[in-house]
Structures are given as structure tokens and as C-alpha cells.
Design a protein around this ligand. Structure first.
Ligand SMILES: Nc1ncnc2c1ncn2[C@@H]1O[C@H](COP(=O)(O)OP(=O)(O)OP(=O)(O)O)[C@@H](O)[C@H]1O
Ligand SMILES: [Mg+2]
Length: 236
């Protein structure tokens, strides 16, 4: 079975592009292809004028591309701050020169600052992520992406488990990230949230891109019709 067919997506610099569509439309699959988790059977990915070969998620991160996966992809047995720095631990120069050792104090401080910026109450900064609430876990994943992204952030349902205040904070942060010149691809089932936050909205249905709108020019009814197939492909 094909999860995606002929999807053509362009992400401009410093724009928020929302991907919407019903369950199973292919949104997460598209993000996994673009962030290097899945390799596509065909098609091309271009990034800053260069064609990318198959990318590992690590290589994508090296290019400044960060992802908040729908399943969050956190290391359950590690603390929130360890998750924030997973794979990019800060080293303190040790007596042996470059070898060094993990600068836990600095990482904990930086993580605390990030959580504060996000308005996240993280009372148990040393506890394993497995013991956090759903909202707190989501906040850890969002914070990690925001900490490291320099070009693009893919966010697959970043607010699904968040309360009203945290959701507003994350949406504000997404706009601030965009204003700082980083592109954001936002997947959400919450259409008011999408209309409020995105610059452009791309609609996927059954693995195809069926419509594309400037967020300012579309409303919930038209989006819903595109998502359910009631709208013709005239807008694609
Ligand atoms: N590697 C793969 N190869 C082929 N099909 C896949 C692959 N991975 C997922 N699929 C299928 O592709 C379809 C789209 O799944 P995807 O997770 O992208 O949907 P989604 O739009 O993110 O939905 P949701 O809103 O429920 O998260 C599903 O039917 C899924 O079973
Ligand atoms: Mg999904």
C-alpha cells in the first residue's frame, strides 16, 4: 500500500505551514520522510538548493531540522533535561583535555530556562520522563525541538496533550520561532488553532495533497470540505 502519492510540498523560509487531514491521510508519514526516519520509494527532497540523498534523522538534525514526533520519541528512563540534550550532551573540559565529562549542572540549568520560557511546570526535573504526565512529556519534546532547530521544525500534533495555557504558549512560541527566521511545519487536528497560527495550510487526503490555502483566505467549513473530499481538486 502507498501511504503517500505524488505529494508536492514546498516550505519557504520563515513560514508556518500547517498540514491537515483526517486520520491516516499521510501527515505523519510525510514528516517522517522529510525528517529522515522513513526513506521514500521515489521522489526528491531539496534543502537550501541541494538535493538530499537518504537522510538519517541525525543527519537531518545536523542540517538544522528538528522534529517533534507524534509519539514524542523520548528516552523514557532519562530525566527531562537529559532528554533535551540527548545525543548532544554538553561536555565540560576535563583534566584529560577534550574527553571531558557531562556538565549536568549546566544542562539542568539550560533545561530549566527552556521550560520556564515555555511556561511548563516541570517539578521533577530529575525524575525519569516515564513518570511525567502526558502534557509534561509533550512539553519536553517541544522544548527539545525548539532548543536545537535552526532551519526547520516539524511538529506532529505538538499540542494534543497540552492544557489551554500551555497550548497558547506553544503556539506563541511557534510564531516567535517563525519570526526568528525558522520555518515550522505544524500538524494539528485543531482547525481553529491551525487558522490562528499558520501562514499556509496544506490539506492531505488519502496520501495526496488535495488543497492548499493561504490561512487568511480560508475558513473551517472550506477546510473541512477539502479534508473530507467534498471539495474538488480545483484548489490543489
Ligand atoms: N512506511 C509505510 N509504508 C506504507 N504505508 C505506511 C507506512 N507508514 C504508515 N503507513 C500507512 O499510511 C497511512 C497514513 O498514516 P499516517 O500516520 O501518515 O497518517 P496521519 O495523517 O498522520 O494520521 P493521524 O491523524 O491519525 O496521525 C496509514 O494508513 C498507515 O497505516
Ligand atoms: Mg499522524
Amino acid at each position: 500500500m502507498e501511504a503517500l502519492r505524488g505529494v508536492d510540498l514546498v516550505i519557504g523560509p520563515a513560514e508556518i505551514v500547517a498540514l491537515v487531514g483526517d486520520n491516516g491521510a499521510g501527515k505523519s508519514t510525510l514528516v517522517k520522510v522529510l525528517s529522515g526516519v522513513l526513506s521514500p520509494d521515489r521522489g526528491e527532497i531539496w534543502f537550501s538548493g541541494q538535493r538530499l540523498g537518504h537522510q538519517s534523522p541525525l543527519a537531518a538534525r545536523g542540517l538544522g531540522i528538528e522534529t517533534v514526533y507524534q509519539d514524542l520519541a523520548l528516552a523514557e528512563d532519562l530525566s527531562p533535561h537529559a532528554n533535551l540534550f540527548l545525543g548532544r550532551e554538553m561536555l565540560r573540559p576535563g583534566v584529560l583535555g577534550r574527553l571531558g565529562f557531562l556538565d549536568n549542572t549546566e544542562m539542568r540549568k539550560r533545561a530549566k530556562d527552556t521550560f520556564e520560557t515555555l511556561g511548563v511546570d516541570m517539578p521533577t526535573i530529575n525524575a525519569a520522563v516515564a513518570n511525567l504526565s502526558g502534557g509534561q512529556r509533550q512539553a519536553v519534546a517541544v522544548s527539545r525541538a525548539m532548543t536545537w532547530a535552526s532551519k526547520v521544525v516539524f511538529m506532529d500534533e505538538p499540542t494534543a496533550a497540552l492544557g489551554v495555557i500551555q497550548t497558547r504558549t506553544v503556539l506563541d512560541l511557534i510564531r516567535r520561532v517563525r519570526d526568528a527566521g525558522i520555518s515550522v511545519v505544524l500538524i494539528s487536528h485543531n482547525l481553529p488553532e491551525v487558522l490562528q497560527t499558520a501562514d499556509r495550510i496544506e490539506v492531505l487526503r488519502l496520501g495526496r495533497r488535495v488543497a492548499s490555502f493561504a490561512a487568511a483566505d480560508v475558513g473551517i467549513d472550506e477546510l473541512t470540505r477539502a479534508m473530507t473530499g467534498a471539495l474538488t481538486e480545483a484548489h490543489a
